[in-house]
Design a protein around this ligand. Structure first.
Ligand code: 13P
Length: 263
C-alpha cells in the first residue's frame, strides 16, 4: 500500500479551549456542516480532542452527528488502572467511557510538562494495553532544524516508542508530525519540507514494523483552510492535526473537506 492509499485523518486539538458555551456552539456548527454529506466516512476519519472535562459531553453531542466523529483524549495518565492518583485519568478510565483515541507526546506536553521518553513510553504502553488508538506526536524545535538535526530528532522520537509497541499494536498507532516552530505561529512547513519529513518517517516506520506502509502520518502546525489543499496533495501527508483552526467550525470543515477530496 502506498502512503496515498491510506484513508486520511483530520483531528482537531482544542487544547485548553474553549469555554463551555463556545464548545457547544462549535460542535453544533460542525455537525450542521456535516449534514451536507460531503465528507464520507470512507474518505476521511474525523476526530476532535476537547479538554478532559468536556470530553464526555462532546462525545454525547457527537453521537447524533450524521457520521462518526471520534472523541479523542488530549492526554492519559502514565499510571494504569484505578487507584489513589489525584488528578489522573488512566487509559482504562478512558476506555470505560468509550473513549478509544488519545494524543500522546504532543510537544506542549514534552516541553511545558517535562514529559520524557520514558514517561511517554509508560503512557503508550498503558494506552495500547487498554485497547486505545494513539495519535503519537513528534517534531523538532527551530534550533534543531537549523542545526540540521530535524530528521534525527523525529526518527529518534519514533524509535523511542518501538520498545513498548508490540508487533500487532502498530496498527493502533497514528503518527502526527508537528514541527514545534510551526505550532500556533502561523508558519506552516512548506509542503515540500513537510512531504520530505513525512517520507523519512514513512521510511523509518517500514524499517521498524511490517505495518509501516499503512500507518497514517498526519501533519500539524498552522494548518488552515487556506493551506490544507496543498498539504493534502503531498503523497505521504495522510491528514492533519489541527489546533487553532479547529476552533472554528467552518475552517475545520474546510480542512476536512480538503483531505477527503484530495486523497
Ligand atoms: P496550530 O494548528 O494552532 O498551529 O496547532 C497545531 C497543534 O499543536 C495541533 O496539535
Amino acid at each position: 500500500m502506498s502512503g496515498s492509499a491510506i484513508t486520511p485523518w483530520v483531528v482537531g486539538n482544542w487544547k485548553m479551549n474553549p469555554m463551555q458555551a463556545d464548545a457547544k456552539a462549535l460542535v453544533n456548527g460542525f455537525k450542521e456542516l456535516l449534514q451536507n454529506n460531503e465528507i464520507k466516512e470512507e474518505n476521511c476519519h474525523l476526530g476532535v480532542a476537547p479538554s478532559m472535562l468536556a470530553l464526555a459531553g462532546i462525545q454525547q453531542e457527537l453521537a447524533s452527528a450524521v457520521r462518526s466523529v471520534y472523541s479523542v483524549a488530549q492526554d492519559v495518565s502514565r499510571i494504569a488502572g484505578t487507584g489513589a492518583y489525584t488528578g489522573e485519568v488512566s487509559a482504562e478510565l478512558l476506555k470505560d467511557h468509550q473513549i478509544d483515541f488519545v494524543l500522546i507526546g504532543h510537544s506542549e506536553r514534552r516541553e511545558i510538562f517535562g514529559e520524557t521518553a520514558s514517561i511517554l513510553n509508560e503512557k503508550v504502553k498503558n494506552a495500547l494495553n487498554a485497547g486505545l488508538t494513539i495519535i503519537y506526536c513528534v517534531g523538532e524545535s527551530l534550533e534543531q532544524r537549523e542545526n540540521g538535526q530535524a530528521e534525527q530528532v523525529v526518527l529518534q522520537q519514533i524509535c523511542d516508542i518501538a520498545s513498548v509497541v508490540q508487533a500487532e499494536q502498530w496498527q493502533k498507532i497514528v503518527i502526527a508530525y508537528e514541527p514545534i516552530w510551526a505550532i500556533g505561529t502561523g508558519k506552516t512547513a512548506s509542503p515540500e519540507d513537510a512531504q520530505a519529513m513525512h517520507a523519512k518517517i514513512r521510511e523509518g516506520l517500514t524499517q521498524i514494523t511490517s505495518f509501516g506502509s499503512s500507518i497514517a502520518i498526519l501533519y500539524g502546525g498552522s494548518v488552515k483552510a487556506e493551506n490544507a489543499v496543498e498539504l493534502a496533495a503531498c503523497p505521504d501527508i495522510n491528514g492533519a492535526l489541527v489546533g487553532g483552526a479547529s476552533l472554528n467550525a467552518e475552517s475545520f470543515y474546510k480542512i476536512a473537506q480538503a483531505f477527503a477530496n484530495t486523497k
